[in-house]
Design a protein around this ligand. Structure first.
Ligand code: FAD
Length: 257
């Protein structure tokens, strides 16, 4: 509880441990739990692994793990998720130096029961990916600014274990026309708006952690400049805030403050 309170007092921060725990859970349990992956599902997995290889913040050994998974995913038309699970379980053994910390939740730790954790870290991971893909690719000729949103859409639709969540997300993503997003900055803002729509729907819901109420993000306390005088969003400032919070340079490690 003390650690959680300390982390909470740090405000809107992103921990490497949460991003890695999200990735590890996703590959071990969601991808790793699917025996037979082919067709659209395999296409989605490849798109997901492609953005992870390119934009997930990882150690050299972590990058080789992702490349190994990528090679396997492209090696045939039908693959077995349990093979990917085995690769991740093996990478997680002591002495392998792939992950920087054990499976744990830091800024995504719940105050009591089982909420938060994985879904919280999955949001953070995709926000991180939109921002870091934008940093890497904006200005690059013929780059596709929807690449992370497309990967997320496919992943959530085909692998996310919360079925209700996946159905909601697919409906919302279609309604919000993610496939028309015209620029890298707009892809960051698209995901920010989408997440706020989910926050609004779930605000006051029984799944809400009372110590982490669902708000329209970011709060006025942390980003007063994100709000105009009439309380509408100043999206240019929101973009600055998100780019700072989710930047590679600002990722925290346990023990750093
Ligand atoms: P989360 O909403 O998980 O947010 C995690 C962190 O992201 C926050 O702590 C904050 O630092 C940051 N953040 C919050 N809002 C934004 C934003 N707009 N932009 C950028 N960063 C932000 N649960 C359901 O009960 N029903 C659903 O239909 C549902 N759909 C989901 C769909 C997806 C794709 C995902 C990933 C999760 C879904 N969930 C759903 C789970 C739910 O959204 C939360 O993840 C969960 O309730 C934990 O909430 P949390 O308080 O940890 O904050």
């Amino acid at each position: 509880t003390l650690l959680r309170q300390k982390i909470k007092a740090m405000g809107d921060v992103v921990f490497q441990g949460d991003l890695e725990s999200s990735l590890r859970y996703s590959l071990k349990h969601e991808v790793g739990g699917a025996k037979e992956i082919s067709g659209e599902k395999l296409k989605s997995l490849r798109a997901y692994i492609d953005v992870l290889v390119k934009y997930f913040p990882f150690s050299t050994n972590g990058k080789s793990l992702l490349n190994q998974i990528r090679t396997y995913a492209y090696s045939r038309d039908h693959i077995d998720g349990t093979e990917i699970r085995k690769l991740v379980v093996d990478a997680d053994k002591p002495g392998k130096h792939v992950f920087s910390s054990p499976q744990q939740w830091l800024a995504c730790r719940a105050s009591g029961s089982a909420h938060r954790g994985y879904p919280c870290s999955l949001w953070k991971m995709f926000h991180y990916l939109t921002i870091n893909a934008a940093n890497a690719e904006s200005g690059v000729k013929d780059s596709n600014p929807r690449v992370v949103l497309e990967a997320m859409y496919g992943y959530i639709k085909n692998f996310f274990s919360c079925e209700d969540c996946a159905n909601h997300f697919v409906e919302m993503a279609g309604r919000r026309e993610f496939y028309k997003v015209p620029s890298w900055n707009e892809s960051i803002l698209w995901l920010w708006r989408a997440h706020n729509e989910v926050n609004k729907r779930l605000s006051g819901d029984e799944t809400e952690d009372p110590e982490y109420p669902k708000i329209q993000f970011p709060s006025k306390a942390y980003c007063p400049q994100c709000y105009r005088a009439d309380d509408s969003w100043n999206e240019a400032e929101v973009l600055v805030y998100l780019k700072k919070m989710y930047s590679y340079e600002n990722i925290r490690y346990m023990g750093s403050d």
